[in-house]
Design a protein around this ligand. Structure first.
Ligand SMILES: Cc1cc2nc3c(=O)[nH]c(=O)nc-3n(C[C@H](O)[C@H](O)[C@H](O)COP(=O)(O)OP(=O)(O)OC[C@H]3O[C@@H](n4cnc5c(N)ncnc54)[C@H](O)[C@@H]3O)c2cc1C
Ligand SMILES: NC(=O)c1ccc[n+]([C@@H]2O[C@H](COP(=O)([O-])OP(=O)(O)OC[C@H]3O[C@@H](n4cnc5c(N)ncnc54)[C@H](O)[C@@H]3O)[C@@H](O)[C@H]2O)c1
Length: 476
């Protein structure tokens, strides 16, 4: 039996959250252990954010060629060299991963351990036979794709998940995609634009994360026109037919399952610990300002918590958890940022601040400012004049609460809106800011002006407000 390793903080999982936890904890102690079961390099760099955006960039290049004739620029239909597309995706992906690996390699070797960690009792872990005795533990084990029961057994290697896509040597001829959440939507659109025969199936009728019913309906229309989409498919029963997958009466080379993700919590030996608080859906009930789970020296961060599973959130949560694990028992409460989510589809989607669903569920009285991009000047110039933006502000004060949009430049407008929500701006504060011409942001100004006029808030003194009505002063 090997002697246990003793440390102040053990971190399980070397993804974005685990690495942030390691960096934060290392400011307090060098008695650290970072345990990784599979690959160092993070989900984001290896099989998530970065390679998916590389594939989307190739799809955008192909789409631009298809669009060129609409501008009077004649171009032949693009020829997609699938091997070259995937070569660039893999080599750029490897470059991003190498930066992460360089960071990990820069940390003392004695603080890194390869193996699968499980609790055997509070503060005690087993990593493939090596015992670890830790004063505090951070769980940062991420998540994995959810696969309907029986699909793996039935379809074998014809069933794939996002991880598999980015190791392709060439593009396949056809892919059925199941799940129209963020991953399904981004990958299905990219593959479709790269000439792969795609059909996107979704269990219900929602496409992407928009919660505003009018915008969700618009998303269904826009994406239904952009690619073959089957709504309300339930949970289909795909079959293997020769070397093809048969789903919805159609054959495909592959079935890409993008039906959400499951937290990597089940194989951690948590049953050896005193009961930990969970919500009604079984998710960890965590104080997101401390990262503490329960009352002892146990912290948890990143996608494993199923709370805003995004890169910047995993990084923030990891930092808070690692810092507090090392400070234990002196736990500090830290602020969190305003929610911001972006989908890199075309058109893009953004959610900033509180969503329509959250405002409605919380029974908050809010007004909505709306703009359609169909006739928005700059959007039309670019032939990107699709979609709409809804901005939500508190009744009575005009304080900006949140926004949802599908349309051009959503990744940028989403940032402006999230920053304004976080600052506590009112609609008037935003209208007081400069808007250049001609830019997509002018669409935001239209929505804000409509919201301001609908809210019937008293005008500010004229010396404080350039936009305020001068009628009263001017007289009849
Ligand atoms: C296809 C895709 C695209 C995405 N695109 C974006 C995007 O554009 N923008 C964005 O903000 N977010 C995006 N995300 C989400 C983002 O990648 C995640 O939020 C982030 O990577 C989560 O980091 P994490 O540290 O929680 O988990 P991970 O990075 O997954 O790290 C968890 C680690 O824990 C390890 N582990 C698990 N169990 C154990 C164990 N028992 N012992 C030891 N180690 C263990 C795993 O091997 C893994 O390395 C995307 C995700 C996917 C899948
Ligand atoms: N651009 C980005 O920032 C980006 C890109 C990709 C992923 N991500 C992050 O990764 C997370 C995971 O992405 P995702 O697409 O896996 O999740 P998701 O929550 O966005 O979508 C999951 C989809 O699967 C469906 N679904 C859920 N349970 C199902 C079941 N049992 N059977 C069939 N369908 C089911 C849902 O209805 C939904 O359409 C996202 O929530 C997002 O936070 C972000």
């Amino acid at each position: 039996m090997r002697m246990p390793l003793h440390c102040d903080v053990a971190i399980i999982g070397a993804g974005t959250a685990g690495m942030a936890a390691y960096r934060a904890a290392s400011r307090h102690t060098d008695r650290l252990l970072l345990v990784e079961a599979a690959h160092f390099g993070t989900t984001c760099a290896r099989v998530g954010c970065m390679p998916s955006k590389l594939l989307i960039a190739a799809a955008a290049a192909a789409h631009a060629v298809c669009e060129a004739p609409h501008f009077g620029v004649l171009a032949a239909a693009p020829v997609i060299d699938g091997r070259a597309v995937m070569q660039r995706v893999r080599s750029e992906r490897d470059r991003f991963v190498s930066f992460v690996l360089d960071a990990v390699d820069g940390w003392p070797e004695a603080t890194r351990l390869q193996g699968r960690a499980r609790f055997t009792e509070p503060g005690m872990l087993d990593v493939d036979g090596q015992r670890i005795d830790a004063k505090a533990v951070v769980i940062a084990t991420g998540s994995r794709p959810r696969i309907p029961p029986g699909w793996r057994e039935r379809l074998g290697r014809r069933l794939i998940v996002n991880d598999d896509v980015f190791d392709w040597q060439d593009l396949p001829r056809s892919v059925a995609v199941y799940g129209a959440g963020v991953i399904g939507l981004e990958l299905a659109l990219a593959l479709h634009r790269l000439g792969v025969r795609v059909r996107l199936f979704t269990r219900g009728q929602d496409v992407g994360p928009l919660t505003d019913p009018a915008l969700q309906a618009l998303a269904r229309d826009l994406f239904g026109a952009a690619l073959p989409l089957v709504l309300n498919a339930g949970t289909p029963e795909p079959q293997l037919d020769g070397d093809q997958v048969l789903i919805g009466g159609e054959h495909f080379d592959l079935l890409l399952c993008a039906a959400g993700r499951e937290a990597n919590l089940d194989d951690l030996g948590l049953d050896t610990l005193p009961a930990l608080p969970r919500d009604e859906r079984g998710r960890p009930r965590v104080d997101r300002h401390t990262g503490q789970w329960g009352t002892g020296p146990l912290f948890i961060a990143g996608d494993v918590t199923e709370d805003r599973p995004l890169l910047h959130e995993a990084s923030d949560a990891g930092r808070i958890a690692g810092d507090n694990a090392a400070r234990w028992p002196k736990v500090h409460r830290r602020p969190r940022r305003t929610p911001l989510g972006v989908v890199f589809s075309d058109p893009q989607i953004a959610l900033a601040g509180a969503s329509h669903a959250e405002l409605t569920a919380a029974d908050i009285a809010f007004d909505t400012g709306r703009v359609s991009f169909a006739d928005q000047g700059r959007s039309r110039v670019m032939r990107a004049n699709q979609g709409a933006l809804h901005v939500y502000a508190e009744c009575g004060t005009g304080r900006l609460l949140g926004a949802e949009m599908i349309g051009p430049a959503a990744e940028h407008l989403g940032h402006l809106l999230a920053w304004s929500v976080q600052r506590g701006d009112t609609v008037q504060d935003m209208l007081n800011c400069p808007f250049y011409h001609p830019v997509v942001e002018e669409g935001l100004r239209t929505a804000l002006r409509q919201l301001h006029s609908d809210q019937h808030l008293p005008d500010l003194p004229l010396e404080d407000c350039l936009d305020c009505d001068t009628q009263a002063e001017a007289g009849p």
